[in-house]
Design a protein around this ligand. Sequence first.
Ligand code: KG4
Ligand code: ZN
Length: 295
Amino acid sequence: MPEIASRKHIEMIDIIISEALLKANTSSEEVNLVAVTNRPGLLGSLLVGVGAAKAFSYYNEIPIIAVNHLKAHIFANILAGSQINPEMPDKYISLIVSGGHSSLYIVDENLNIKEIGHTVDDAAGEAFDKAARFLNLGYPGGPVIDIISKNANSHFIEFTRPMIESGDFNFSFSGIKTALIYRIKKYPYLMQEKYIPDIAASFQAAVVDVLVQKTVRACKKFKISKILVSGGVAANSKLRQEFMIAGEKQGIRIYIPPVNLCMDNAAMVAGLGYFEFKKGKLSGFDIDVYSRSDF
Ligand code: KG4
Ligand code: ZN
């Protein structure tokens, strides 16, 4: 509910800024650059953040830089200490899996980004959230499904892996969610508590399988041997495990940020802002907000 989300942002933004400064044991006088997400996202929420950032920048007489949220997810890997180095030319396949995006990119050492595929319907995180809602597991769905799947049977239902052989690098996840819903509507006894973990694990396995296989296939097609995984769904333990196994098997180096840098966080935005500032980029008070990403 975008309208409610932005109203909540207005209520919280000052509190969040004060708390962040307090936790970082610093004060606004010590801050010398403001980085702010201005795309992609819900316009109402982005406007609140950008407005607050402009005020902070103006009042404290410090520069401001606009940051692309998706690029910041990729940057979380650099923040986590992976060896991406602007001095050393290299190419990476980057998978961003979040609540709003499931896309594959080719990224270079300077974070120049070219999209090679995206979801044609739901994002992976969105599918987790919708499946969890249907199973009465609450929101966000990803973390709960992850936890209850831990010791469950992921072969309980063999969901079809959509678009796994499509030959392109697009994804489709709404089909897995719909298959889950149809299965339960057909066999209502499956909603008994004892089956929920197995259903969740089967769903998770299908989503993870598609993500890992198609990302590895992109590496082969483009002759790239490094994968950067990021976004909220990169926190998923099964995804992390399967990427590591596939990487070892295929001789591909896998980079995934620690869990606390996978889901939306301000550290990745500040980090990318600083990275781009050092390369000479700067924004002005005319920063606008955009629902879509352009890199
Ligand atoms: O990147 P993010 O924090 O926000 C967006 O930019 O969308 O991603 C949020 C998404 C949610 O859909 C949430 O269910 C999913 O990430 N998520 C997970 C896990 N933790 C968060 N999905 C699967 N397993 C997880 N452990
Ligand atoms: Zn995000």
